[in-house]
Design a protein around this ligand. Structure first.
Ligand code: KG4
Ligand code: ZN
Length: 347
């Protein structure tokens, strides 16, 4: 057996997974969300996140081992998210992973969080071959990237200001929805009238693959302020219509810039990953448009779009199978460029 224990603790989710690399099988996948902890503050409080990871991580690992009936001596490696992310939260995951690896005489490997998001799709039955073009949309990043192989990334475009997930969260907050706003805004957007407002499509006229979402967020805030009345029912409808207009604009920009990236790369395979790839309107619009354009579209299942440890296990399994493991001291990285990564065989 060749089983990897993986840990994710880069932000507000404590997660742990066990993955059998020989049978290509996920044996355990546990997530503890810190939503309730951060909700009163309207966003993630980094120090509280770190402290909660300390409390939850070991019990979660115990739970994963006991539910899958495994002992530490049956494991072959320990993986964790090395960065990018909240530095204190990363330190907790890295310290626990490396201490366990030391105690159990196992190799460990710290992986790049965005590479893990990109490799989440490899946990599905339908996996893309290399090369492919990927849209990576999360709370901290919005990237179009050409993936030539594991560790071989060319960034084609990215956001010049807010990440799209961040724009979802901030817009939701402005409409009075509670943290984390993205999923709540998207649920509300399913019920609105898409023809009432036409929101701007930022940077579409620029012939590149870059994005900007902060203006869209500001436009939403002013539309909400300008159109509110004294009637609560009307305001509720207004909120829905604004949520829909925002979501339509964001999805449209993501889709058109992705189409441009595919034109550039000539790829016929597209991967959409990261928390915002759980968005239903986005999934439907992308599937419809790109399938018609003759492109195969791959998504991770919903649970593997947002942060999880199964994707960390997958990225680590792919690298460890080439003999890669941690060397030297403990090093986490709050900022870490995806393009600085190398394939495992190049070290
Ligand atoms: O990948 P992720 O879990 O964490 C980061 O690496 O940032 O992404 C979280 C982001 C948040 O901004 C959240 O609001 C957004 O993904 N998100 C969504 C949806 N589900 C999560 N945004 C829009 N629609 C959704 N259904
Ligand atoms: Zn993430």
């Amino acid at each position: 057996m060749s089983i990897i224990l993986a840990i994710e603790s880069s932000c507000d989710e404590t997660a742990c997974a066990l993955y059998d690399t020989q049978r290509d099988k996920l044996l355990a996948n546990h997530i503890y969300s810190q939503i309730a902890l951060h909700a009163p503050y309207g966003g993630v409080v980094p120090e509280l996140a770190s402290r909660d990871h300390i409390r939850k991580l070991i019990p979660l690992i115990d739970q994963a081992l006991s539910t899958s009936g495994l002992r530490p001596d049956q494991l072959s490696g320990v993986a964790y998210t090395r960065g990018p992310g909240l530095i204190g939260a990363l330190m907790v995951g890295a310290t626990v992973a490396r201490s366990l690896a030391f105690a159990w005489s196992l190799p460990s490997l710290g992986v790049h969080h965005l590479e893990a998001h990109l490799m989440a799709v490899m946990l599905e039955d339908s996996k893309p071959d290399w090369p492919f073009t990927a849209l990576l949309v999360s709370g901290g990043h919005t990237l179009l990237v050409r993936v030539l192989g594991l560790g071989r990334y060319v960034v084609l475009g990215q956001t010049v200001d807010d990440a799209v997930g961040e724009a979802f969260d901030k817009t939701a907050k402005c409409l009075g929805l509670s943290y984390p706003g993205g999923p709540a805004l998207s649920a509300l957007a399913e019920t609105g009238d898409p023809s009432r407002f036409a929101f701007p499509r930022p940077m579409l006229n620029q012939k590149n693959c870059d994005f900007s979402f902060s203006g869209l967020k500001t436009h939403t805030a002013s539309c909400w302020k300008k159109n509110q009345t004294d009637d609560d029912r009307e305001n509720e409808m207004l909120k829905r219509d604004i949520a829909t207009a925002f979501e339509c604009a964001a999805v449209d920009v993501l889709l058109k810039k992705t189409a441009r990236a595919l034109e550039q790369t000539g790829d016929t395979r597209l991967v959409v990953a990261g928390g915002v790839s759980a968005n239903k309107r986005l999934r439907l619009a992308f599937k419809t448009y790109f399938s018609e354009a003759g492109c195969d579209v791959y998504y991770p299942r919903y649970a593997f779009c947002t942060d999880n440890a199964a994707m960390v296990a997958m990225a680590a399994a792919m690298r460890m199978s080439e003999g890669e493991c941690d060397e030297g001291g403990l090093q986490v990285k709050s900022r870490w460029s995806l393009e600085s990564l190398r394939p495992p065989e190049e070290g």
